[in-house]
Design a protein around this ligand. Structure first.
Ligand SMILES: *Cc1c(COP(=O)(O)O)cnc(C)c1O
Length: 397
């Protein structure tokens, strides 16, 4: 089908939640994708931080193929070998020693919110309230839009879930003031993604951890976007030297096969018992076998060092570029999670880059967002910098 034909059917048959889209991508390989009309692009967005190993990574494709020939799905009434191997691998890689699997980021956060409430109930305490940050993003279910500290996601869906309050990000004193006897957890993205690629100040996450300890409150890090190597660390919190009690993962975990995960300490895991939570597809053989392969690739010696090194190269290049373009207010990022804030909406720039063969996105109206596949090489980043410069020139920016 041509792009026009696909677009026509999309407009006719899909509920219009994404607006009218002009591009149809039909094939990918590594850092490259092709549209229905045969045009080639460099993908600097990875399907929103999902295809961290690039498109159709050979090891991932092999695992999916083998697993499809072996066993796609059985219910969680039975043991699932790749599921336990994935949980073991994840436990070896971070503080969390117990895992629950689901289908995506919002579901992972739902599991995190639910285990917090039940953990305190079991302890005989009424502490169901969760404090989150303004500009945060935690998903689109009713509980996770409530957790999301951006009024635009709430509009028209009221009433919101009780038990959430919001504080400005990067202000430990505001967090401390918001705590009540009923506060059970603080939920934060270590780096805010959808909210505009906002980085924590160097001491912020440590101070949050100390406040949580002091008031006997659990700390949840939503690493749905920052996790799985995106920031040059396997999990962003490891780059900041701060451990939460609960972590949520999704996006990059199986490189495009739907999966989510909520991990926690042995202590917090006591919050769930048989029957307290479940998910039909969660942790099925296909998704967990694929995720295990992804984890094995990400933890190969030198992989994350290269992400850090090339991330620095790209960010430095963008900062250099910013010096000669006054419309750029700030370049922010860590590893391959990068935002460029402009003093006006970036949609014309995204379209200009698209016509020049580069796919990227935004994070809020004025922030251009790059989430390149972690396997990208230096020459492609150099090309991206040159193309961005050209695109800015065309727009007169
Ligand atoms: C994308 C995202 C989510 C939601 O994930 P879904 O898989 O779309 O439900 C939650 N939190 C963060 C930080 C995200 O970036």
């Amino acid at each position: 089908m041509t792009n026009e034909e696909v677009k026509k059917l999309a407009d006719q048959y899909l509920i219009n939640t994404y607006g009218s889209r002009n591009l149809t991508l039909v094939r990918g390989e590594g850092t490259h994708v092709w549209d229905a009309d045969g045009k080639e692009y460099i993908d600097l967005f990875s399907g929103i931080a999902v295809c961290n190993l690039g498109h159709c990574h050979p090891a991932v494709t092999q695992t999916i193929t083998e697993q499809a020939h072996t066993l796609l799905h059985v219910s969680n009434l039975y043991n699932i070998e790749p599921q336990v191997l994935l949980a073991k691998k994840l436990s070896e890689c971070c503080f969390a020693k117990k895992w629950f699997f689901c289908n995506g980021g919002a579901e992972a956060n739902e599991a995190g919110i639910k285990i917090v409430r039940r953990y305190w109930t079991i302890k005989g305490m009424y502490k169901p309230h969760i404090i989150t940050a303004e500009q945060s993003f935690h998903g689109r279910t009713l509980a996770t839009i409530t957790a999301t500290g951006q009024p635009k996601y709430h509009k028209g869906f009221e009433p919101m879930m009780p038990g959430f309050s919001y504080v400005p990000y990067n202000e430990p004193s505001a967090l401390e003031k918001a705590i009540t006897e009923e506060t059970g957890a603080v939920l934060l993205e270590p780096i805010q993604g959808e909210g505009g690629i906002r980085l924590p100040s160097p001491s912020y996450l440590k101070e949050v951890r100390e406040i949580c300890n002091q008031y006997n409150i659990l700390l949840i890090f939503d690493e749905v976007q920052t996790g799985l190597g995106r920031t040059g660390y396997l999990f962003a919190h490891q780059g900041y030297g701060v451990e939460p009690d609960i972590i949520t993962l999704a996006k990059g975990l199986a490189n495009g096969v739907p999966i989510g995960a909520m991990g926690c300490t042995e202590e917090v895991a006591q919050g769930f018992n048989p029957g307290s939570h479940a998910c039909t597809f969660g942790g099925n053989p296909l998704s967990t076998a694929t995720a295990l392969t992804v984890m094995n690739e990400l933890t190969k010696p030198g992989f994350l060092d290269k992400v850090q090194k090339l991330g620095d190269y790209f960010i430095n290049g963008l900062q250099e570029l910013a010096k000669s373009h006054s419309k750029i207010k700030e370049v922010r990022g860590r590893g391959m999670m990068i935002g460029i804030e402009f003093d006006e909406p970036v949609s014309p720039l995204i379209n200009q880059l698209l016509s020049q063969g580069i796919i990227c996105g935004s994070a809020g109206p004025n922030v251009l967002r790059f989430l390149p596949p972690l396997i990208i090489e230096k020459d492609e980043l150099t090309l991206a910098l040159e193309t961005l410069q050209k695109a800015l020139g065309v727009l007169g920016w």
